[in-house]
Design a protein around this ligand. Structure first.
Ligand code: HMH
Length: 215
């Protein structure tokens, strides 16, 4: 019988997931929507579609993080509760941005947004390491997506700064450390579930950018 060295049975770390799935991750974080924000050529209607749908997304994302807190180890509370507080502030900010653009916030979720929110709801049935990996991937997608194009013109600079600023980057790194810590001590099965969740986030992020062009 072949005995595999222990190392081969370990779950992938966040960084290893990124390296294993470079192309999928690139598609999650590089999109014409962001490139057109960078060029200042995005159509206001498309930007507004994204803004409204992202507001609806963040409402449900905040709920997801609340459920994740309920199963997290005590040592992870600091970062998660800080994240929740930032999300509440973000919801207020979205409301202000929508008001500036005279957008009604009681819009319906588009199908892609609904599918993403359903996925976040389904994570509650998964073990904590899977939830922690998805949490990191969701935040990292925006951190990279808004940062990669480089300086954006107004009014998009404010959006790029929100998810690309140094303290948000630091927060995402802490989420990565927390996910890695629990992935390290988990079973192969849960490691695979974490990888599936990572891939699902990447796919949904790509679809979410595309949704802005379906209006
Ligand atoms: C679609 N993914 C989407 N929206 C967001 N606001 C975030 C991630 C947060 O990082």
């Amino acid at each position: 019988m072949l005995i595999l060295p222990k190392k081969l049975e370990m779950s992938l770390t966040c960084n290893q997931l990124l390296h294993k799935h470079t192309q999928v991750w690139r598609e999650a974080t590089v999109h014409p929507f962001l490139e057109q924000c960078k060029l200042g050529t995005i159509q206001p209607e498309q930007f507004n579609t994204w803004l409204l749908q992202d507001y609806l997304f963040v409402v449900d994302f905040t709920r997801m993080v609340g459920r994740l807190l309920a199963v997290a180890p005590l040592q992870h509370f600091d970062v998660i509760v800080g994240g929740l507080s930032a999300l509440q502030e973000e919801l207020n900010w979205f409301e202000a941005k929508a008001a500036e653009r005279s957008l009604a916030l009681d819009a319906h979720k588009q199908l892609t947004c609904q599918i993403y929110c359903d996925f976040m709801y389904s994570l509650a049935t998964m073990p904590y390491p899977v939830q922690a990996t998805a949490f990191w991937a969701i935040e990292f997608a925006y951190n990279q997506g808004w940062q990669l194009p480089g300086t954006m013109p107004e009014p998009y600079a404010e959006f790029a700064f929100r998810w690309g600023n140094p303290s948000f980057t630091e927060y995402v790194q802490l989420l990565e450390q927390q996910a890695d810590q629990v992935l390290q001590n988990t079973s192969v099965t849960i490691g695979h579930q974490a990888e599936e969740a990572f891939l699902k986030v990447a796919k949904l992020e790509k679809d979410f950018w595309q949704m802005a062009f379906n209006c």
